[in-house]
Design a binder for this molecule. Structure first.
Ligand SMILES: [Fe+2]
Length: 183
């Protein structure tokens, strides 16, 4: 008797979990659409930053990340494919705001180290947004048992972290120069 009651309870729990899982799946898909839009927006924003940047090191760092971003778009498309959904981009207001902020910084600063410092600051905000998003997406994929998707998302997460570190490296020399330019 007791055993069967236990089983019924477990079954009830399972179906509750199934509902939650579908909600998580929906959230996962929505976040994926959001970052898909964000990555596409970045392929348009990064070339503008490259044009406005002066430091060779910074230009190279952004160029590399532009190539990476183009590949990330394909990786995100692969994740859509793995969940059997069409790759759809949904406007990400947060990324739109960050890109707008970058454009404002570029138009308000003089060319040189000062503008470069501004570009780095804006780019690192973008990277941190991406790190937060891919970290969440990776964890959602793990919970949902989407192992292949989780490893693709983990791969992108590492690329974003590396891009952020590269920018920190660029910032060290550029910030000093920006201060010297001001003096
Ligand atoms: Fe990215």
């Amino acid at each position: 008797m007791k055993k069967s009651t236990g089983k019924t309870k477990a079954k009830a729990k399972d179906s509750e979990y199934a509902i939650e899982e579908s909600k998580l799946m929906k959230l996962f898909e929505d976040s994926l659409k959001d970052i898909y839009w964000a990555e596409k927006a970045l392929t348009k924003a990064l070339p503008k930053m490259i044009k406005k940047a002066t430091s060779k090191e910074l230009v190279e760092a952004i160029e590399n990340h532009l190539n990476e971003t183009e590949e990330q778009i394909k990786k995100v498309e692969k994740v859509f494919e793995l969940i059997g959904k069409k790759a759809v981009a949904k406007k990400c207001e947060a990324m739109a705001g960050l890109v707008k902020e970058a454009e404002e910084i570029m138009s308000e600063t003089e060319e040189g180290a000062m503008r470069d410092a501004g570009i780095i600051a804006a780019s690192q905000k973008v990277e941190h947004y991406e790190i937060a998003t891919y970290g969440t997406l990776r964890t959602f994929a793990q919970i949902l048992g989407l192992d292949e998707a989780a490893s693709i998302l983990e791969e992108i997460l590492e690329e974003e972290k590396n891009a952020d570190e590269t920018l920190t490296g660029c910032a060290q020399a550029i910030n000093m120069q920006a201060v010297e330019e001001e003096a």
